[in-house]
Design a protein around this ligand. Structure first.
Ligand SMILES: [Zn+2]
Ligand SMILES: [Zn+2]
Length: 130
């Protein structure tokens, strides 16, 4: 993946998901529950890696068991701030605001079927097969 792919062209808040359009033309949709669960802060990383070897903490972000983070269905970002030119900081309505999401990590954890590793199920259900 080249550097252009990790630079956002457009950032947009929607009702239940955050949209990032990248400079390479790819569009990522992050459902807020997913985004909150993959919060990159140390506190959340430790929860996600509960019971695992400490070295797994240094695996790529989004690793660990995101379902260990309890999130209500109505999770919403109250505020989204740019951190320099490299990251976004979300302030969630559950009071959590310490997570800084580098664009590089966001791109790597894009939940679309195209980006998801083949051995992992995508959290987004496509409606095409219904
Ligand atoms: Zn966190
Ligand atoms: Zn994608």
């Amino acid at each position: 993946m080249n550097a252009t792919a990790k630079q956002p062209k457009l950032l947009k808040k929607h009702d239940t998901a955050f949209q990032v359009e990248w400079k390479d033309g790819h569009v990522s949709w992050y459902p807020y529950t997913y985004l909150r669960q993959m919060c990159p802060c140390a506190e959340c990383a430790i929860i996600r890696h509960k019971g695992r070897d400490v070295h797994s903490l240094f695996a790529p972000q989004g690793d660990g068991d995101i379902t260990l983070i309890e999130v209500s269905d109505d999770i919403q970002p109250l505020d989204v701030q740019l951190v320099g030119r490299y990251a976004l900081q979300f302030s969630w309505n559950d009071g959590h605001a310490t997570g800084i999401y580098p664009f590089e990590v966001l791109r790597e954890t894009c939940p679309c079927p195209e980006c998801a590793p083949p051995d992992q199920k995508s959290p987004i259900q496509t409606e095409e097969n219904n």
